[in-house]
Design a protein around this ligand. Sequence first.
Ligand code: ATP
Ligand code: MG
Length: 232
Amino acid sequence: MLKIQNVSKVYRVGGQDFIALHNINLEIEDGAFMSFVGPSGSGKTTLLNLIGGLDSPTSGEVVFNGFHLNEMSRDQLAVLRRENIGFIFQSYNLLPVYSVYENILFPLLLNKQKESQVRDKVMALVEKVGLSAEANKKPAELSGGQCQRVAIARALVKDPLLVLADEPTANLDVENSHHILEMMRTLNQETQAAFIFSTHDEKVTRFVNREVALEDGYVKSDKVKQPNGELI
Ligand SMILES: Nc1ncnc2c1ncn2[C@@H]1O[C@H](COP(=O)(O)OP(=O)(O)OP(=O)(O)O)[C@@H](O)[C@H]1O
Ligand SMILES: [Mg+2]
């Protein structure tokens, strides 16, 4: 589904080049459930942004579902993202004036679907993330864990091939983190959407099927879950 080929990212900072990613090569299969781990500054967010077509590599290329992102225009990338990729941000990025229901509905309206035709689908997702009682509340009336669940539902509502989540549990306590991770894993199994998230959070390790560790912009290790549950 995703090929990352010889990808480097160089930022120009104060007249000097800073290499945030060095020649990364990764293949990620359909339906993956995996994380990028590594210390602050190791390149996790940079790599997620390149995969999601939010930013472009300095060299190398990202191929998503047969599309060579380098060869696409800004508008084409925007359509590709809108139709195929769900984003979950650490800070949720919910629309404050809209209710839970409306926030989850919003990506479908952007994809030119009619509310009357998707209302049941949106409500089913509201229920699936456990927010039926909160459907008419605004983000300011929700807890952090509830906001994160809205963000997950919003990312999934368009049946994306890929969900990218940058530190999805960073603002949550242990109990809520577990709940969110379990929910994402269940949704991954039910919907076959691939999930890739970045995290500092050690707890995430036991939920994923693959863990790619980054350090100073290099891939330091790439571990896959074994039948005994160990990542090797
Ligand atoms: N727009 C930018 N301009 C210049 N340097 C940048 C830019 N974005 C990121 N960097 C640098 O690239 C490196 C990788 O940053 P990135 O945000 O990908 O790290 P990260 O692994 O996500 O860290 P964190 O865990 O703190 O979120 C850092 O050293 C950062 O300072
Ligand atoms: Mg980051």
